[in-house]
Design a binder for this molecule. Structure first.
Ligand SMILES: C[S@@+](CC[C@H](N)C(=O)[O-])C[C@H]1O[C@@H](n2cnc3c(N)ncnc32)[C@H](O)[C@@H]1O
Ligand code: SF4
Length: 400
């Protein structure tokens, strides 16, 4: 990137960001053993498309080239968290993750206690593999369990069974001080009893953090073409209530719509997204949001892994870039901040969007009148009703 291009980001504008928010790094590793029928993430099956297997080294070279090209945009800033997501990052060897983290550290200052999460699939689990990720510098493992019921795992097209899921979580608990389980509910044919059983099993493993998502049918997935029969909406609501009760009794607090944590185990990386912090995303299809004194920009990298590698190695992995308009910033901020149980501080709104609080005054008054938020001079917090009707609440902040 030339001096002239950097000046382009720094030129004056109508926003006034008094300080830049914390910066996180997201690294996307886009391969999986098998594509799950419900998944619309940028993930590609290793077999078939990859006659030579996983192109680990070439992909790592591409990530380095991608990072180097992006460095001028984050000059002088420290990284507060790293998240290696996918896809199935645990398909990469511990040696590859070690190289990746060394490459990152050689180019970017990481905070001393930087949280470094890696997503792992129990189907890629073998003894001591997770310990090796720990030795490579990963501090937090996120295990994609989804369910502990073999029938549901099968319906979800997962490559692992219940026994592998339990073994993987037990090893995660041994190797890491903190870890997460991803669980899905409202699965095809799932009853309340099945759900309770799943949750009891999950909680028995004493996870410090659980992310729980309602299964959604996403466009362009196998399930969109061949939809399974899912539990009725009322049952899905009741399941969520039960999940919140059971996790609460186990000492996990619901701090975000889908995230539950024991004290001291909230995920910094995700909190930074929800608090409208900055993130540089490298890797196939990764998204970035970066702030400058007078603007906020978003970038997207090439999505298809081969095209991404070729482009990154040729010096430009970015396929789309745009500046977030002044009119869109309030909604973008709220889309994230209102997902948090504790809401946000008004001062954070101004600091992170560069807009005065008056820009949302009317929407805040309406949200309060409708009983969707409570606030004082410093904080804004969704009420229970606001949390239940989050879309309605967020929509109040859409550009007129
Ligand atoms: C990118 S995946 C990463 C985890 C890893 N690839 C795995 O599946 O084991 C993140 C999580 O999103 C959730 N997820 C993916 N597709 C979903 C869908 N259609 N509805 C609800 N949750 C979904 C799953 O819980 C999944 O673990
Ligand atoms: S393993 Fe995870 S990322 Fe891969 S296809 Fe399944 S849900 Fe998607």
């Amino acid at each position: 990137m030339t001096q002239k291009e950097i000046q382009h980001y720094l030129r004056s504008g109508t926003l006034q960001l008094s300080a830049l928010p914390p910066l996180s790094l997201y690294v996307h590793l886009p391969w999986c053993l098998k594509k799950c029928p419900y998944c619309d993430f940028n993930s590609h099956e290793v077999s078939g498309a990859m006659p030579g297997g996983l192109p680990e080294q070439r992909y790592l070279d591409a990530l380095v080239a991608d990072l180097e090209a992006a460095l001028p945009l984050i000059w002088g800033r420290t990284v507060h968290s790293v998240f290696i997501g996918g896809g199935t990052p645990s398909l990469f060897s511990p040696q590859a993750i070690d190289r990746l983290l060394s490459d990152v550290r050689a180019r970017l200052p990481l905070e001393a206690d930087c949280e470094i999460t890696l997503e792992a699939n129990p189907g890629t689990f073998e003894k001591d593999r997770f310990k090796a990720f720990r030795s490579a510098g990963v501090t937090r493992l996120s295990v994609g369990v989804q369910s502990f019921d073999d029938r549901h795992l099968k319906a979800l097209g997962r490559v692992h069974d219940r026994a592998q899921a339990i073994a993987a979580v037990e090893e995660a608990a041994q190797a890491f001080d903190t870890f997460n389980l991803d669980i899905m509910y409202a699965l095809p044919g799932q009853t309340m009893e099945n759900l309770e059983h799943d949750m009891r099993q999950a909680l028995a493993l004493q996870p410090p953090h659980i992310s729980i998502y309602q299964l959604t049918i996403e466009p362009n997935t196998w399930f969109a073409k061949f939809p399974p029969v899912l539990p009725e909406e009322d049952l899905a609501y009741a399941m969520l209530d039960r999940i919140t009760e059971m996790t609460h009794s186990a000492g996990l607090q619901r701090y975000e719509v889908s995230a539950y944590a024991k004290p001291g185990h909230r995920c910094f990386h995700n909190l930074n997204y929800w608090q409208f912090g900055d993130y540089l995303g490298i890797g196939a299809g990764a998204h970035s949001k970066l702030s400058f004194p007078h603007r906020v920009i978003r970038q997207v990298r090439y999505r298809e892994p081969r095209l991404y590698m070729d482009s990154a190695l040729a010096g430009d992995a970015v396929t789309q870039e745009n500046e977030v308009s002044r009119a869109d910033l309030p909604f973008e901020f709220m889309l994230n901040a209102l997902r948090l149980r504790d809401g946000f501080k008004l001062q954070d709104f101004s600091e992170k969007t560069g807009l005065p609080v008056t820009a949302i005054q009317r929407a805040l008054e309406e949200a309060e009148r409708k009983g969707l938020i409570e606030r004082d001079l410093v904080h804004v917090r969704p009420t229970d009703r606001g949390f239940d009707f989050l879309n309605d609440l967020q929509e109040l902040f859409l550009a007129p």
